[in-house]
Design a protein around this ligand. Structure first.
Ligand SMILES: [Zn+2]
Length: 306
């Protein structure tokens, strides 16, 4: 995929906010090339917007929240993961409240909505951030590493002393993994924490309909898990979404262990902090090669090569 993409037409979804428990209407609209992803709060006067960019991250507890001035939009990561997984570069997301609907706790409903609207190729080439050297943050038991690779890939691993989780890992490779393989992986939480959060006025909309919930021994959802390694898949899904906040496509290998929204945005900040860490290219090497070849052919330098 070489050119930027947007949606063919607008599409709406409705659901409840995980923390507020109130209904939310979300509309995803096509946007011009080079506009990126922006969120518009239609419930606020003047319908202010905020761009999906790591510099606009204002909170990473429980979910990724972006904001600017008086506007904030929370729980953006699963929709951003769908944009990342389907290679959508440009979209305007209208929402009539402070958080996106949680839907089933995964990115699958967003993916289906975008696919039903259709994906349109645009004329401009997709700019890509290419990692040039290793960048590492975190500690011995929780870390995030980015290093050069020929493609965008994420290896996510988790370790929980819990009979239903234990050690799990999932390796997403842009060239090999279909987004469908992890789009349906749901967010998860522990019954204990959900009860505490509800007392604090959070997770009011949280239920077995929109999360995998565990007690001390097992998964409480009647239908069980969607994948044996659903927890690891969801961690990688979250990372796909959070790395969309780079604002451009990304090429590099991200290795994440027990990471979360905080480490994801800190890693992006660490990469962008030093211009020697990366390069932003317009189109891939494979795409540039034919252009150089065409130029060489035009100049007669490699005449005869087919
Ligand atoms: Zn998540």
């Amino acid at each position: 995929m070489t050119f930027q993409q947007t949606l063919r037409e607008a599409v709406s979804l409705t659901g409840i906010g995980l923390h507020s428990g109130t209904p939310v209407i979300l509309t995803i609209k096509p946007a011009r090339a080079n506009q990126g992803i922006s969120f518009v709060r239609t419930d606020l006067e003047g319908t202010p917007h905020v761009v999906a960019h790591y510099k606009n991250v204002i909170n990473t507890q429980l979910a990724t929240t972006i904001g600017r001035g008086r506007i904030s939009v929370s729980t953006v990561e699963h929709l951003l993961a769908a944009f990342q997984g389907l290679a959508i570069d440009n979209a305007t997301v209208e929402v009539n409240g402070p958080e996106l609907p949680i839907l089933d706790g995964s990115a699958a409903p967003f993916m289906e909505a975008i696919l039903s609207a259709g994906i349109e190729s645009q004329r401009q080439i997709r700019p890509t951030l290419v990692l040039r050297r290793k960048v590492q943050i975190g500690s011995d038991d929780k870390w995030a590493i980015a290093e050069p690779s020929g493609q965008f890939e994420i290896h996510g691993s988790i370790e929980w002393k819990h009979p239903a989780i234990g050690y799990q890992e999932f390796h997403y490779q842009e060239d090999r993994t279909e987004f469908e393989e992890l789009a349906g992986a749901r967010t998860f939480g522990f019954l204990r924490d959900v009860e505490t959060m509800k007392r604090m006025g959070l997770a009011r909309g949280g239920s077995l309909e929109n999360a995998v919930v565990l007690d001390d021994a097992s998964v409480l959802n009647p239908g069980g898990l969607r994948y044996a390694d659903e927890f690891a898949r969801h961690k990688v899904l979250d990372a796909l979404g959070d790395f969309k906040l780079a604002g451009v496509a990304v090429r590099g290998f991200f290795r994440l262990h027990r990471a979360g929204h905080d480490l994801h945005s800190q890693l992006l900040a660490a990469i962008f902090k030093d211009a020697d860490n990366y390069e932003i290219i317009e189109g891939s090497a494979e795409e540039r090669r034919p252009r150089r070849m065409r130029a060489a052919l035009a100049s007669g330098f490699v005449a005869g090569i087919r």
